[in-house]
Design a protein around this ligand. Structure first.
Ligand SMILES: Cc1ncc(COP(=O)(O)O)c(C=O)c1O
Length: 400
């Protein structure tokens, strides 16, 4: 049942101009490349995927990159390549998308949640230390909203306890910590190119790894377990036999998707600068409001500016869910990243997780709202978001 909301000044945008949350900035180059793929007759995995892998690998300064069809697939395959066994425990944050934990389950391991640092909203290294048991085999830090996790203590713990380190970089393409790029700290770095992400292919993902053996295994696992380069079997060199060497998955990326990603990647830094501007504009425009704004990026780090999250707590004078409803009434799309994982009935039933046991993730999950932060936003779109937030909270016209 929808909540009742009252707008003080009424919406600035009309309903037919609803601002879709996370709509990506697509340009003519992507459109033409997709059309060229369609005309070429080669739509599936092929040379454009190989080029996108190589471009992404070069951008991140990694040894190997393997394209897949989602970050969920990237996480799943990384855990298989890490050779986790049933009963092995994998530590991750209580404030992440469900797929981080579902991938652990599909790899046959046991997820163990860790609460977050309330300032950074990232996994708290002190609590990671407390949760390590003799069965812990892997650690999955998630660079939440694009802000890097504290990789020094996390890498130190992983090394001391011989944990496989798999970074969930779904929000964190441009992220850096201490001069090092996200996704290159541990065994595997997993990226998402889902439609709302900083680089998009529609659906899509990438795995970075330092090991050639791991990269080859990931490629095989991503395409049914067929021997390497099986995707070339219908190419212009004539039919090639393939051999199934293990039971793999259908996780390969298509050339149609890579056609988008190749051009998106060329604008990754320009889009990052645009999101940084919008971020700063929101910071100024909301400074006097009864809201908690995102913390400043820490020194010697690079924030990817993927999500701009505000906390709507009791001092705002409106509940979080009423605030969401009011933004919709202003025809502005918003998101929630995320209700903490222990809020979900499946995990409660299976693992007995309770939100109260992860109090910081619970509190933030119940008060957070993500505002639009796409490079596609015009200045006037940003003005509309600011107007809506100020109208809901104090009925005043947008400043900043
Ligand atoms: C933190 C995090 N991990 C993993 C994923 C899964 O990404 P994908 O949709 O590409 O599978 C997402 C997607 O939103 C995410 O936000």
């Amino acid at each position: 049942m929808p909540l009742e909301v009252e707008l003080v000044l009424g919406p600035r945008r009309s309903a037919d101009r609803f601002l879709v949350f996370g709509a990506p900035a697509i340009e003519e180059a992507e459109i033409q490349e997709v059309v060229a793929s369609l005309r070429s007759g080669w739509l599936g995995t092929g040379p454009k995927v190989a080029r996108f892998e190589n471009d992404f690998r070069a951008y991140k300064g990694a040894a190997h990159a393997v394209a897949v069809n989602s970050c969920t697939a990237a996480l799943h395959l990384s855990m298989l390549a890490a050779e986790l066994e049933p009963g092995d425990e994998v530590l991750t944050t209580a404030l992440t998308f469900c797929s981080t934990v579902n991938a652990i389950l599909h790899a046959g391991a046991t997820p163990v949640l860790v609460d977050i640092d309330p300032l950074t909203m990232n996994i708290d290294p002190q609590q990671v230390r407390a949760r390590i048991s003799p069965r812990t085999r892997a650690l999955i830090p998630v660079h939440f909203a694009g802000r890097p996790c504290e990789m020094d203590p996390l890498c130190e713990l992983a090394k001391r306890h011989q944990l496989r380190l798999i970074e969930d970089c779904a929000h964190a393409i441009e992220t850096e910590y201490g001069g090092h790029k996200s996704g290159t700290f541990g065994d595997f770095g997993c990226f998402s190119f889902y439609v709302t992400k900083n680089v998009i292919t529609g659906e899509g993902g990438m795995i970075l790894t330092g090991g050639e053996k791991d990269a080859n295994r990931l490629k095989i696992l991503a395409l049914h377990g067929m021997s390497a380069d099986a995707w070339k079997r219908f190419g212009d060199e004539g039919y090639k036999h393939y051999y199934v060497v293990e039971a793999g998955f259908k996780y390969n990326m298509m050339d149609l998707q890579a056609a988008i990603g190749i051009h998106q990647l060329q604008r990754v830094e320009a889009n990052w600068r645009r999101r940084q501007q919008i971020w700063q504009r929101y910071n100024q425009a909301f400074a006097d409001l009864p809201l908690k704004l995102p913390a400043e990026p820490a020194a010697d780090t690079r924030h990817a500016f993927h999500l701009y999250t505000i906390l709507v707590e009791s001092r705002a004078g409106i509940s979080r869910d009423h605030f969401l409803e009011a933004m919709t009434a202003h025809h502005i799309g918003v998101g929630v990243h995320y209700l903490s994982l222990p809020e979900h009935p499946y995990y409660q039933k299976r693992f007995g997780w309770q939100p109260e046991d992860y109090p910081q993730a619970m509190r933030i999950g119940r008060s957070t709202v993500s505002l639009p932060l796409s490079a596609r936003l015009s200045d006037s779109d940003v003005d509309d978001v600011i107007f809506a937030v100020r109208d809901i909270l104090c009925g005043r016209r947008a400043g900043g």
